[in-house]
Design a binder for this molecule. Structure first.
Ligand SMILES: [Zn+2]
Length: 481
């Protein structure tokens, strides 16, 4: 009995197991078929949208959002043009934005979404007054320089700057609210690298006469670290006031760090009086037809003279003046009052132009000058009030010597003149009690024609001729502007 019962139970169990197997297979098939159906439906029968680019995009504050585009497809057809997008990105406002892409095909609809995150990802900027290394006087405290921090989004964030001062380094760090950090640093070097300043009182060129004492006008020396160093200035060189000549004094000062500065002063010792000397001076040339004849006469008479030249006339005549032993002096390049007296710079530009010309032709650096109209001219007032007062000092500072005249030949006065008139003007004014500086113009035919008579008169009456040099005592008129 027991055995039979057992057999029946075994059969039943077997049947149950086979049912379960069948069920499992059936449900498995259902599942697989559903999946296949789903995939067919989802990917073959439904419209598709593919976004180009990433589905989450991060852009910077104020950066323009650039849509990368999309593709849409339905049953193998391109339906990209049917896609409708909605949603906007305002990059001027931080946040997360969504752009929705929708496409319909028949009764089916497909949707895709792209996230655009607007974030401040730009580092702030730190501006230092000086980005270079800072040199600080040894033993002195470094004084904080100004700095500023700005951020593209937060604006001025100077208050957020953290300053870290180490012994020889200073670091500025700032982080904006979005967490972007910027850091700059510079070195602090405790060393004096700046030369002391050494300024001479009085003129850089001083003129004295033979026998006169040279008076030191003084000097001031200051250093950025050591302060007043005037007492440490060493003066080298000396002036022999018994002997006509040019002497150079050298002033040197060093600071504690051994930075040193040297400046020079020239002292010109000249003959006190040259009574009975005649300095023939010719302005406004050279000019072919007059200057060349004047040079012939001077050569024949064995007389040396001084020519205040401009940029006019041929180079050969300037070369001849120089080669024949006369003094080539400067009168300005343009001789145009409105140009040369417009400003100090304008004057020197014009003067250096004729100086360059003379140097190019002769190799000689002319330092003797005559102002157009003389230093006493008043015409310059029209162009710049007070300019003659400035220029008469400044030319000396720049190492020039200027000469006016004490005898005018009258050859520049308006109207026509005769040679004998010019001769009379000069000879009647000569004096043995002074140096005679005669103003003439080598561009005038009557001056050319008067020259030989003037020379003969002077020679016959005990005068001697000289050319102006750097040691000739300056003959100057009163400045009126
Ligand atoms: Zn002139």
């Amino acid at each position: 009995m027991g055995v039979r019962k057992n057999t029946t139970r075994v059969k039943k169990v077997r049947i149950l197991r086979e049912d379960a197997k069948k069920n499992f297979i059936i449900w498995g098939l259902v599942l697989v078929l559903s999946l296949v159906a789903f995939f067919i439906f989802e990917y073959l029968l439904m419209p598709q949208i593919n976004l180009k680019g990433k589905s989450t995009v991060v852009i910077n504050y104020k950066e323009k959002y650039n849509e990368k585009g999309y593709e849409a497809e339905f049953l193998g057809d391109d339906i990209s043009k049917d896609v409708k997008t909605s949603g906007k990105v305002n990059s001027k406002k931080l946040g997360t934005y969504e752009i929705t892409y929708t496409v319909k095909a028949g009764i089916f609809k497909r949707k895709a979404v792209r996230k655009v995150i607007v974030k401040d990802i730009t580092k702030p900027e730190i501006t230092l007054v000086s980005k270079d290394d800072i040199y600080v006087c040894p033993g002195k405290k470094y004084e904080q320089e100004e700095y500023k921090a700005t951020d593209n989004y937060d604006g001025d964030i100077t208050k957020r700057v953290k300053v870290n001062e180490e012994e020889d380094k200073i670091t500025y760090t700032v982080t904006d609210k979005a967490g972007n950090t910027e850091s700059v640093s510079r070195k602090i070097i405790y060393k004096d690298i700046t030369k002391p300043e050494l300024a001479l009182e009085g003129s850089g060129v001083t003129y004295i006469f033979v026998g006169d004492d040279y008076q030191e006008a003084g000097f001031n020396a200051t250093d950025n670290c050591d302060g007043n160093l005037s007492e440490n200035v060493k003066v080298e060189g000396s002036v022999n006031n018994d002997k006509v000549g040019e002497y150079t004094l050298k002033y040197t000062v060093s600071d504690k760090a051994n930075n040193s500065t040297t400046v020079e002063r020239k002292v010109v010792v000249s003959e006190k009086t040259n009574n009975g000397a005649v300095y023939l001076t010719f302005d406004d040339g050279p000019k072919q037809g007059t200057t060349n004849v004047i040079l012939d006469i001077l050569r024949e008479e064995g007389v040396k003279a001084t020519f205040f030249v401009t940029n006019g006339g041929p180079d050969e005549l300037i070369k001849r003046i120089y080669d024949e032993g006369h003094t080539v002096a400067l009168h300005t390049a343009s001789h145009n009052y409105s140009v040369v007296y417009a400003s100090v710079d304008a004057y020197f530009n014009d003067l250096y132009s004729v100086s360059d010309r003379v140097k190019r032709i002769t190799g000689y650096e002319a330092k003797i000058i005559r102002f157009p109209g003389g230093s006493s001219n008043t015409v310059s007032r029209k162009y710049q009030v007070g300019i003659m007062s400035t220029l008469t000092k400044e030319v000396l500072n720049r190492g020039f010597r200027y000469f006016d005249w004490n005898i005018s030949s009258g050859d520049a006065e308006s109207g026509n003149h005769t040679a004998s008139e010019i001769t009379n003007n000069v000879t009647s004014s000569l004096s043995k009690n002074r140096a005679n500086v005669v103003l003439m113009h080598d561009i005038k035919t009557y001056t050319r024609d008067a020259l030989r008579d003037i020379i003969h008169y002077a020679k016959n009456n005990g005068y001697h001729f000289e050319k102006i040099t750097m040691t000739t005592p300056m003959v100057t008129q009163r400045v009126n502007n």
